[in-house]
Design a binder for this molecule. Structure first.
Ligand code: NDP
Length: 326
């Protein structure tokens, strides 16, 4: 038997609970992992609360992230005892995920645990940190560097936002944090933000072109915020579009693109090829230090997942939630 969060949907409605399952119930896969840590992401919150149709079939174990040790393997690439890491690939949406003590997976979805990091540190980073790193790499690929100008990060207190600030600051950028929680100034400054602005400045409809304020952005919120971020990006700048915490809409115009030559770089972490994942995790392992990870993360047990999701969906969680599944 093993413990897991299970989401069910039937005549009795949509519900999530901590449950005991038998190993024989695990889905097909060529590798079985003893999960050590998972994490809570916005998408896990949507799945567990049922707020958005993230889960494709039921019953489902949520958890888009996991790190642990291989205990059974039919894969030539992974052997019993190997430490592994997984982010995305529809795990926790289409395939049973990481919020459980055991997971059976397709070995193609795994990457070896980065050498400098523990399973717990990897889950402190999780999909949020890995997505933030992909966003920063996208800015770099479009020629952005610290000498070119400031970078704005929206959704600053969230998982992706917190990591984007920490990574960018460590790389020497002047970071502007946009947040609805300006009372978190100390935290955001400790992460490395040089300026903090109220997200209300950006969240209402704006003009097609506005004063040029930053050369790049990591946007976690979409909607009018993303439109205004683009409209305020300096000539030749790049905006990495990561999330939709405000809205899935993009009510913008072509003006910033055809008059200022800015680039909107889409960031997807879920289906990202293996080589990009290895590259991003290697960068994360060298850029982030333990003190920043401690500052950004809090650890909970499986029994606390459901109540913590309620807080997550109300925007009350700062940084990252690690889940110790054992
Ligand atoms: P979190 O819930 O941790 O953070 C989201 C943050 O967005 C909040 O902390 C808040 O920051 C801000 N926010 C919330 N509601 C609003 C609103 N109505 N208007 C403006 N800002 C708002 O989520 P994550 O950091 O894990 O994820 C952020 C986004 O990125 C999500 O939409 C998620 O789905 C997406 N994502 C995308 C990935 C990809 O592959 N592209 C991978 C991972 C996440 P503050 O309090 O500072 O204002």
């Amino acid at each position: 038997m093993f413990n897991a969060i299970l989401i069910e949907k039937d005549d009795k409605g949509y519900r999530s609970a901590l449950t005991q399952l038998e190993q024989s119930q695990l889905p097909e896969g060529d590798v079985t992992v003893q999960v050590e840590y998972s994490s809570l992401n916005y998408k896990d919150g949507l799945a567990i609360s049922g707020k958005s149709p993230v889960v494709r079939h039921f019953p489902m174990i949520p958890g888009i992230d996991l790190a642990g040790t291989v205990i059974e393997s039919q894969s030539a690439q992974y052997h019993v005892g190997d430490k592994v890491l997984l982010n995305g690939w529809g795990v926790g949406e289409k395939h049973w995920g990481g919020l459980a003590q055991l997971a059976r997976l397709n070995s193609q979805w795994l990457i070896p645990l980065p050498q400098q990091l523990t399973t717990k540190e990897c889950m402190a980073i999780g999909t949020a940190g890995y997505t933030a790193m992909l966003a920063v790499i996208a800015l770099e690929k479009h020629g952005i560097s610290p000498d070119k100008g400031k970078i704005i990060v929206t959704g600053a207190n969230g998982g992706v936002g917190s990591f984007a600030i920490a990574i960018l600051a460590q790389l020497g950028y002047h970071v502007i944090a946009s947040t609805g929680r300006t009372d978190q100034t100390v935290y955001l400054t400790q992460l490395g933000a040089s300026e903090i602005i109220d997200r209300n400045e950006l969240s209402q409809p704006g003009k097609p072109l506005m004063k040029e304020r930053w050369i790049g952005a990591v946007d976690c919120v979409g909607g009018h915020t993303l439109a205004n971020v683009c409209a305020s990006t300096q000539y030749g700048g790049t905006v990495a579009c990561c999330g939709l915490a405000q809205s899935i809409d993009f009510p913008s115009s072509v003006a910033p693109f055809i008059l200022r030559g800015i680039t909107l770089a889409g960031i997807d972490s879920v289906m990202r090829p293996y080589a990009d994942r290895i590259d991003a995790w290697e960068r994360l392992a060298t850029i982030l230090d333990e003190s920043k990870l401690d500052l950004m993360s809090k650890t909970i047990s499986l029994t606390e997942v459901i109540t913590t999701v309620t807080q997550l969906m109300q925007g009350q969680i700062r940084g990252r939630i690690i889940v110790d599944v054992n």
